[in-house]
Design a protein around this ligand. Sequence first.
Ligand code: NAP
Length: 240
Amino acid sequence: MADRATIVTGASSGIGLAIAQMLGEEGYGVTMSARRPEKLEAAVAQLQGEGLDVHGVPANVADEEEIRAVIAAHRERYGRLDVLVNNAGVGVGALLGDIQSKRLDMQLEVNIRSIVIFYRECLELLQQAAAEHHNALVVNTSSISGKRGEAWLSVYSATKHAVVGWTEAMNKELATQGIKSTALCPAFVDTAMTDFIKEHVKAEEMIRPQDIAESVRFLLRTSPACVVPEIMFVRPGDSL
Ligand SMILES: NC(=O)c1ccc[n+]([C@@H]2O[C@H](COP(=O)([O-])OP(=O)(O)OC[C@H]3O[C@@H](n4cnc5c(N)ncnc54)[C@H](OP(=O)(O)O)[C@@H]3O)[C@@H](O)[C@H]2O)c1
C-alpha cells in the first residue's frame, strides 16, 4: 500500500498524464480519471508498464455522481488522499455572437463546477491527510487565459479566471488547516488541446507537459509553512 495517494483528473493525456506519471514516480498511489474509457485504459497501461501504482476510473466530471464514484473508488483502494489534481478541462473557441449555450454550460461544468464539487467531496480525506502531516495539496489547472482575457476564448478565459479566484478563496479557507492550493497557469503546452494552433505555433516551441509536472514535483517538496497560490508558465517573447 502506498504511503501517499492522489487523484488526477484529465489524466489520460497531456498535462494530466505527465502529472500522474510524476506522482507515480514519487511513490504515490494514483487514481487516474478521464472521460473516455479506452483512452484512459491505454494511459493507465502505459504507467503500469513502468511499474507505477496507478489505476483508472473513467468519469465525466460534468456529472456529480460520477465525481463521487471516482472518490469512492479511490478511497476504497488507497484509503487516503494527500494530493488532489483538478486538471480536466475543455476549451471551445467562439466569438460572442456565436457562443452556443450548450458549449457555455459544458465549459462551466467541466472547468469550474467540477472543481468545486471535487473539493467539497474530498474535504474529509484532505483534512485527514492534513491532520497527519499538515501538507495536503490541491493543484488546479487554470491557464494563462485565467490571468488575461482572450478574444474568441472568452468563456474559457472566464472559467479559468474562476479557477484562479477559487484557488485564492480555498487558500483563505483551508491553508491554515494544512490544505494548500495552487493554480497552474500555462500558456501553450504541446498537447492535443493545442492541435488547432500548431500550424501557426510549432509544437516544439510550446511548453512541455513535463514542465508542468516538474512544477508539481516542486510543490510536493514545499514545507507546510509555504503556500504557492499560482504558477505562470509563458513562452519566450510572450507578453504578460
Ligand atoms: N494545452 C494547453 O496549451 C493548455 C494551456 C493552459 C491550460 N490548459 C489546461 O490543461 C488541462 C489539461 O489539458 P491538456 O492540454 O493536457 O489537454 P488534453 O491532452 O486534451 O487533456 C484533457 C484531459 O481532460 C479530460 N477531459 C475533458 N473533458 C472531460 C470531462 N468532461 N470529464 C472528464 N475528463 C475530461 C480528457 O479526457 P478525454 O480526452 O477522454 O475527454 C483528457 O484526459 C485543461 O484544464 C486545460 O484547460 C492547457
